[in-house]
Structure formats: structure tokens, C-alpha cells
Design a protein around this ligand. Structure first.
Ligand code: NAD
Length: 477
């Protein structure tokens, strides 16, 4: 079985870790596949010091030189895709084909950020005083701290690393202890591409202990976090003490609005595939289905048919579309949502239970007539659950879409341009997809509003997240 040995990366060297550690579990069969070492407090200090030194080296290289290393790292990710994807599937559960797509995405992202670093232009501002020269430049903000969730073991990590490196920053990153191998493999691609020591430092540990230690350091100038809303709020408070700037990529509860004039078959094909991708453990997964009343039954039936046809199993087996949930704790969460919805009056059309008794598999679940009072209509399920209800008018559904404090992604299906515009402009969300769900690309800004956080990853905004602005004015030189 292919699975990477996990070590800590500090100042360009791999270390076994002095702070204990934990087993890594394959969620498809519950076997122990590895050991994730934890960093001691001393090792965290070493990582911080390394990032401080690494920053001095990396920021003083030209953007062109940085881009060459990043492009080489991206090529290595592509060359090693089969192996890295296998590690990813074994630790997280998603099908191997999906893992390969994820590695392709992060190599693309790394190339894009490297290139975009070369286009980080400043500007000249016409002076008020004759002879003065007024310049605005973007500088790398400094060493970055990043903590990320397990659901995209490559994407979540590389959005941080390549954004920081593209801007000229160094980083101390703590990937998830549940999915560390993918991150280690990707860090090795950068190292083998010639990255100077200390530019990427990778640590693991007890999350709260690590983040408290790292964010207390005056070395860190930026925090980027991908995870849940409560943890995001907690980390933002810690960051406040040192005035550390934050990017917060937090949870969502994405509405899908299907109007009666939509191309229903296309909508069902796209949304069913998207809903159950990565077993629904996707922050932009469609999680609240609002279907216009006269196509409601047809949509529920067609969507259910598609959900039932999905092949569920070990992500390393051929033809599997959906793997297990990441850990056993998620099974109980799914059951709780389902029982609560039932008690509130929802009908479970398919699924609603664990599959088998080995591996953390949960059946693709469709629930209809789910009332607003059911917990699943207000709390992010982060699993393969699709709760549906019908609506009558555009005004009513816009209010429903905007009824929660979250605002990450949202989806609308209609062939009516006016309805599309009303929803696009009216929905409180960081991203809106009309008639297709592709809202995550290297060159476009990805991020939420309100309790889903703030700041973007990807696009020029993603680079700016790791930059600070300096105004310089000079005369007589
Ligand atoms: P979580 O916030 O509990 O954990 C997320 C990650 O943060 C984990 O790796 C965990 O180890 C780490 N973490 C937890 N507490 C920490 C602390 N005190 N200090 C530092 N790191 C800490 O969330 P979860 O339930 O495991 O993950 C799913 C959540 O992440 C969902 O709410 C999902 O929407 C969100 N998410 C958001 C995005 C996005 O881009 N907006 C992407 C993926 C996941």
C-alpha cells in the first residue's frame, strides 16, 4: 500500500517530531495507515524562526526566479499525481479519480500564482507638488500562518502555500492531522524544485495548542484559515492581539434555487453530481434545495433516481463515485440531522442511514418537504444530505436564500434572464453560479461574506491577500 511517511518540515529539513503524535485512519476500512507526529513547543519556535529567515531570502528573489521554482514544483506535482492522489484517497476517502483532479487543480493553481506574482504592478500617482514622484508598491506582507481543514487535503493547503509564495511570503502551515500525507508530498515537490530552506515550514499537533503558540509570535504577519465558523472566530480573536491580518474561508450553507423554466434534466445532472462529490464534504456543496412548486415533484424524483444510481465504495476501487465520510464522528452528525428533520415532518425519500458497518459510509440522502424549523435548513450538514422544499415566487425564494448568516456559494437554475439577474445581484453570497456550479478556479476569487468569512483565494485578490501597500514620495533624487 502506498502511503507517505509523515514528518515535520522545518528550515528545509524533515524531522520526526518531539511532541507525540496520532494514528492516521483510512476512512474506507478503518485501518491504521500511518502516524502523524506532533511538533513540540521548541519545534514550533524553530519553524517560526525558519519562516523569519526564509522570508528574508524569498522576498529578495525576483518574482521571475520565484515563478521558475513554483512552475517546477507544479510540474513535479503533475509527474507524481498517481502517488499523491493515492495517499489522498487513502487518508480522506474520495475516489482516486477525484483525487487526481484535485492534484491537477493545485498544480494549475501553483503555476497561476507564480505567474501572477510577476504581474504585481504598483502605480505612479500624479503629484500635487511639482517635481515630486509618488509611487505605490505592493510588498509581501511577511511570514504567514495557515491552518486548514481536511476535506481538500491538497487544495486547502496549496491555496495558502502558493498564494503566499507567489506574493513573496514564507509560511508556517498546519495541514489537518487527519490528512497529512498529501500536504507532505506537495511540500516535497517545492523542495525538489529548489525552494530555499525556511520558505515552507509544515507542522502538525494539537490544533489549539499549535495555533495559540504560532499566533502569539510577533514573527507572523498574516493568518489564513480554512475551516468552520466557530474556529474561525476563535482564531481571529487570537490574531487580534498581534494585529495579524486575516483571511477567513469558513463554512457555508449554499442555496440551490431551481425555477420552473430551468432545463431540469441538465440541472439535475449537474447538481446531483456536485452534491455528492466528496460525500458532500465540500464547503460550497449545495445544501438547501428550493424548487419551484410546479416542477418540485419532478425534480425530487429525478434527483433521487440519480442519487440511488451512484456507486459508493472504497475510493481506490474502479467506478466508485462516492467514498466514505472522513471520520466516524461525522456518521453521528448525519444521523442527528436526519432524525431531527424526520421529527420536524420531513420525508426521507432515499438514504438516511449508514451503509454497512466497516468504513464510514453514509447513504446519499434525499429529504423532501423539509421545514425551515429543521436543523439542517440552518446548520451546514457537510455530508451527503440533500434537503428540499418548494417555493412559489422569486421574492419568497430570495428571502429564503438570504435567511441565514452564511454567504459562501449559491446556485440558480433558470432560462429567464431577469430572474437570473435578480438572483445574481440579490443573493448575499461571495459566489453565484447560474446554470452551472463551477465557482472555483485559479484565476477567479473564491471566498464568502458575513459568517462565511472574508478575503478571497484565487484571482488577483488571492495574491493581494498576502501583500501590503506602501506609498513612497520623493523629490530631488
Ligand atoms: P474545523 O474548523 O473544526 O477544523 C478545520 C481545520 O482546522 C482542521 O484541520 C482542524 O485541525 C483545524 N483546527 C481546529 N481547531 C483549530 C484551532 N483552534 N487552531 C488551529 N486549527 C484548528 O472544521 P471541520 O468541521 O473539521 O471542517 C469543516 C468546516 O470547514 C466546514 O464548516 C466547512 O465549510 C469549512 N470549510 C470551508 C472552506 C472554505 O473555503 N470556505 C473550505 C473547506 C472547509
Amino acid at each position: 500500500m502506498a502511503y507517505e511517511t509523515i514528518e515535520l518540515l522545518i528550515n528545509g529539513e524533515w524531522r520526526k517530531g518531539d511532541g507525540g503524535g496520532q494514528d492516521i485512519i483510512n476512512p474506507a476500512d478503518e485501518s491504521v495507515i500511518g502516524w502523524c507526529p506532533h511538533a513540540s513547543a521548541e519545534e514550533l519556535d524553530m519553524a517560526l524562526a525558519a519562516a523569519d529567515e526564509g522570508f528574508k531570502v524569498w522576498k529578495n528573489m525576483t518574482a521571475l526566479a520565484r515563478q521558475k521554482i513554483m512552475a517546477k514544483a507544479a510540474d513535479l506535482m503533475d509527474e507524481r499525481v498517481d502517488y499523491i492522489a493515492e495517499c489522498l484517497t487513502r487518508e480522506e476517502g474520495k475516489p482516486h479519480g477525484e483525487s487526481k483532479i484535485e492534484i491537477g487543480f493545485v498544480s494549475d493553481l501553483t503555476r497561476w500564482y507564480g505567474e501572477e506574482g510577476k504581474r504585481s504592478y504598483g502605480r505612479l500617482i500624479p503629484p500635487r507638488i511639482p517635481g515630486a514622484r509618488q509611487m505605490v508598491v505592493k510588498e509581501p506582507i511577511g511570514p504567514v500562518a495557515a491552518f486548514v481543514a481536511w476535506n481538500f487535503p491538497a487544495t486547502n493547503v496549496i491555496r495558502k502555500i502558493s498564494g503566499a509564495l507567489g506574493a513573496g511570503c514564507s509560511i508556517v502551515i498546519k495541514p489537518s492531522e487527519e490528512t497529512p500525507a498529501t500536504a507532505v508530498c506537495l511540500a516535497k515537490c517545492f523542495q525538489d524544485a529548489g525552494l530555499p530552506p525556511g520558505v515552507i515550514n509544515m507542522v502538525f499537533g494539537v490544533p489549539d495548542t499549535v495555533s495559540r503558540h504560532i499566533l502569539a509570535s510577533p514573527i507572523i504577519k498574516k493568518l489564513s484559515f480554512t475551516g468552520s465558523v466557530p474556529v474561525g472566530k476563535h482564531l481571529q480573536k487570537l490574531a487580534a492581539d498581534n494585529m495579524i491580518r486575516c483571511t477567513m474561508e469558513l463554512g457555508g450553507h449554499s442555496p440551490v434555487v431551481v425555477f420552473d423554466d430551468a432545463d431540469l434534466d441538465k440541472a439535475m445532472d449537474m447538481v446531483a453530481g456536485f452534491k455528492f462529490r466528496n460525500a458532500g464534504q465540500v464547503c460550497i456543496s449545495p445544501t438547501r434545495f428550493y424548487i419551484q412548486e410546479n416542477v418540485y415533484d419532478k425534480f425530487v424524483d429525478g434527483f433521487t433516481e440519480r442519487a440511488k444510481a451512484l456507486k459508493i465504495g472504497n475510493g481506490m476501487d474502479d467506478g466508485v463515485f462516492m467514498g466514505p465520510l472522513v471520520a466516524d464522528r461525522r456518521l453521528a452528525v448525519m444521523d442527528d440531522f436526519v432524525q431531527d428533520a424526520k421529527a420536524a415532518g420531513a420525508e426521507i425519500v432515499t438514504g438516511g442511514e449508514r451503509m454497512g458497518n466497516q468504513g464510514y459510509f453514509y447513504a446519499p440522502t434525499v429529504m423532501k418537504d423539509v421545514p425551515d424549523a429543521a436543523k439542517i435548513m440552518t446548520e451546514e450538514p457537510f455530508g451527503p444530505l440533500a434537503p428540499m422544499q418548494s417555493f412559489k415566487s422569486t421574492d419568497e425564494v430570495l428571502d429564503k436564500a438570504n435567511s441565514l448568516p452564511f454567504g459562501l456559494a449559491s446556485y440558480v437554475f433558470t432560462t429567464d434572464a431577469n430572474k437570473a439577474k435578480t438572483m445574481e445581484h440579490g443573493i448575499n453570497a461571495g459566489m453565484v453560479g447560474v446554470n452551472h456550479p463551477m465557482v472555483s478556479m485559479p484565476e477567479t476569487p473564491f471566498g464568502g461574506v458575513n459568517e462565511s468569512g472574508y478575503g478571497s483565494e484565487g484571482g488577483i485578490e488571492g495574491l493581494e491577500a498576502y501583500q501590503r501597500t506602501k506609498f513612497m514620495t520623493e523629490m530631488g533624487v
